[in-house]
Design a binder for this molecule. Structure first.
Ligand SMILES: Nc1ncnc2c1ncn2[C@@H]1O[C@H](COP(=O)(O)OP(=O)(O)O)[C@@H](O)[C@H]1O
Ligand SMILES: [Mg+2]
Length: 292
């Protein structure tokens, strides 16, 4: 009996090691320039500092700049993967603290609206990658294009980044509305960036929850806020993550806390972010993906 239990234990451990469900998190916004790329980059480095294996995907196809944030120059990009010329591991470039970057090209219009076939190629590649990853962060483009909607539906958690500007708030509402009405997304995490105070940040959250409660059937979880921080801007100019260059800066401290929080978010047994699961849904003829 002891032997059976022991061998079952070994099998379970092996299974755990081979298949650890990664957290798949999309970072999105309605409006551009609100800080998505910086959130993804700094959160990734903070998670890596905690010993997590992190992959970041630049999903702003055609206008990606995650590589620029880290001062790395990609030879191959996601576009090569979509064309079937390269695999994801072949285009990956190492970033700070062991993070892995899946870069995209900049200045090409060809992939701004992925076809269903191109999405399938990407999905199956992601599927093969996910076992070795703890956290998979997706930096989406701004707006409500089909690519943005698609990458959000692939994720398990959707973090909506918003700044206190009224235009950013109304655009954040717009993206949540479309994701909820057209794609059945019901839960969003709100991260307020460039806020001056907790009060200002909570005010943004209240405004959005009020309209969402009234007009949409969704739940918005307040994740917190990242302060307006000149050190972050300086780090951008140095093409480094602020958590790396100025670990004591106010924003860096918040990113470190955020990384802790992220690791506490529950992971589902059948996560939406598990691409295998999506793949099966797709093969079973669910039309939810066709709408993406
Ligand atoms: N917390 C912050 N404090 C100060 N400046 C910020 C902060 N977050 C973002 N920025 C500024 O905003 C710019 C745009 O950020 P970025 O992450 O590229 O936005 P997005 O990816 O949403 O377009 C950055 O280059 C930086 O100068
Ligand atoms: Mg960006």
């Amino acid at each position: 009996m002891a032997n059976v239990e022991q061998s079952e234990g070994v099998i379970l451990n092996k299974r755990e090691a081979v298949h650890r469900n990664p957290k798949v998190i999309a970072v999105t916004s309605g409006k551009g320039g609100v800080g998505k790329t910086n959130v993804v980059g700094n959160l990734a480095v903070s998670l890596a500092k905690m010993g997590k294996s992190v992959v970041i995907l630049d999903a702003d196809l055609g206008l990606g700049n995650l590589d620029v944030l880290f001062g790395v120059v990609p030879k191959y990009t996601l576009e090569h993967v979509i064309l079937g010329l390269k695999t994801l591991p072949e285009i990956m470039i190492p970033g700070p603290c062991g993070i892995q970057i899946l870069p995209t090209s900049s200045g090409s219009e060809d992939f701004t609206h992925l076809t269903p076939e191109q999405k399938l190629v990407l999905l199956s590649e992601l599927d093969r990658l996910e076992n070795a990853v703890d956290v998979f962060l997706i930096d989406t483009a701004a707006g409500i294009s089909s690519n943005v909607l698609y990458f959000n539906t692939v994720a398990q958690d959707i973090v909506v980044v918003v700044s206190p500007e009224p235009t950013s708030i109304s655009d954040a509402y717009a993206i949540m509305k479309i994701l909820s009405l057209r794609h059945g997304e019901k839960r969003f995490k709100l991260l307020v960036n460039m806020a001056r105070s907790t009060r200002q940040s909570l005010d943004v959250y209240r405004k959005l929850s009020l309209v969402a409660d009234r007009f949409l059937d969704i739940g918005i979880d307040y994740v917190g806020f990242i302060p307006q921080d000149d050190y972050l801007r300086m780090a951008v100019f140095e093409q480094k993550a602020v958590v790396e260059l100025f670990p004591g800066a106010r924003s860096s401290v918040v990113f470190t806390d955020l990384a802790d929080k992220v690791m506490q978010w529950p992971s589902n047994d059948l996560p939406k972010g598990n691409c295998q699961f999506l793949w099966k849904r797709l093969l079973n003829g669910s039309n939810s993906m066709e709408k993406c």
